[in-house]
Design a protein around this ligand. Structure first.
Ligand code: SAM
Length: 303
């Protein structure tokens, strides 16, 4: 139902703002403390307890919004051990809220094990969306927003990082064509950009988004080589997201298209095979579907 004067959903149908029994994942700001929704604040204020990474960080946010509530630390080092106790509370009907220090919980932050366990235990899991550095960087980057692949942090050690990048290169050679999104520490940005340029190509369009929603917000756009040099000349300070545009579409010959379709059609329906090959190779879905129909007909025809 819509309010005719505003075209917005009528007020009565939105979910109740207060605490809901179960686990509620609440996004918090990534810099500007005002970037949090009224519904998120209501969930925080009404929770039986708020699970957070660092109680000092979350206290500061809550104090800013006049909320006083019990905080329980939940981080990578204690998440597993806390599961039984938290699940028992949730099964008893407690309203627990999970936040991270910044942005959307679970996105390169703790909470996945708890969410998985809550789902397995049949406990309700809710979410209140909000800030996320990856998505904000993506929409500001000027790179194709979808498909995109959120990678998070690459391994810090050069050997493991380069092995991971070699896997991305192999995926691209097999047809992956997506904007890649990485989180990175600022002091490693220049080295990581150089590694990305070396493995994915110096001319690939890319972006570096830093200090999003904060005073020194900046988005640098250019090729990987240019951004890598720029990060050496003028090291980015603060928090950064690195983005790499999709691999260029190599013009696909008829023979390779037929090969890709044959592989896909052996594994899925003709329609799905055509859709996935079209997406993977950036080709028009209609023409790929038409070719898939021809190949299927050829296959049926007696020699
Ligand atoms: N959960 C968070 C989210 O939803 O974006 C991400 C947490 S992860 C531990 C921290 C990383 O996110 C940083 O190293 C940086 O790559 C990125 N990040 C967080 N805040 C940012 C900001 N304001 N500007 C740019 N990048 C940011």
């Amino acid at each position: 139902m819509q309010d005719a004067s505003t075209n917005l959903p009528a007020a009565g149908i939105s979910p109740p703002p207060g605490p809901q029994p179960g686990l509620t994942l609440v996004a918090t700001p990534i810099g500007n403390l005002d970037d949090i929704s009224p519904r998120a604040l209501a969930a925080l204020a009404g929770a039986d307890a708020v699970l957070c990474e660092d109680t000092r960080v979350t206290s500061k946010l809550l104090a800013r919004h006049g909320i006083s509530i019990t905080l329980w630390p939940l981080h990578d080092h204690n998440e597993e051990a806390q599961l039984p106790g938290l699940l028992a509370r949730l099964r008893d009907g407690a309203a627990l809220v999970l936040v991270s220090d910044a942005g959307t919980p679970l996105m390169s932050d703790p909470g996945f094990r708890l969410v998985r366990a809550a789902i397995a235990a049949g406990v309700p899991v809710h979410g209140i969306p909000g800030a996320n550095a990856a998505v904000l960087a993506l929409i500001l980057s000027g790179l194709p927003p979808h498909p995109f692949m959120f990678v998070g942090f690459l391994p810090a050690k050069a050997g493991a990082r380069d092995a991971e990048l070699a896997r991305f290169k192999a995926m691209e050679q097999a047809g992956l064509s997506a904007t890649l999104v990485f989180y990175e520490a600022p002091h490693r940005a220049a080295e990581t950009l150089a590694a990305l340029a070396a493995s994915l190509g110096e001319t690939r369009p890319a972006a570096l988004a830093r200090e999003l929603t904060k005073r020194f917000e900046e988005v640098r756009r250019g090729s990987l080589a240019v951004l890598a040099q720029g990060a050496l000349d003028d090291p980015p300070r603060g928090e950064v997201v690195l983005l790499v545009g999709p691999a260029p579409n190599e013009a696909m010959g008829q023979a390779s298209l037929d090969d890709a379709l044959a592989v896909a059609m052996a594994a899925m329906s003709l329609r799905d095979a055509a859709a996935s090959v079209a997406l993977a190779h950036g080709l028009p879905r209609k023409s790929v579907y038409a070719r898939a129909l021809e190949l299927a007909a050829e296959k049926k025809r007696p020699d």
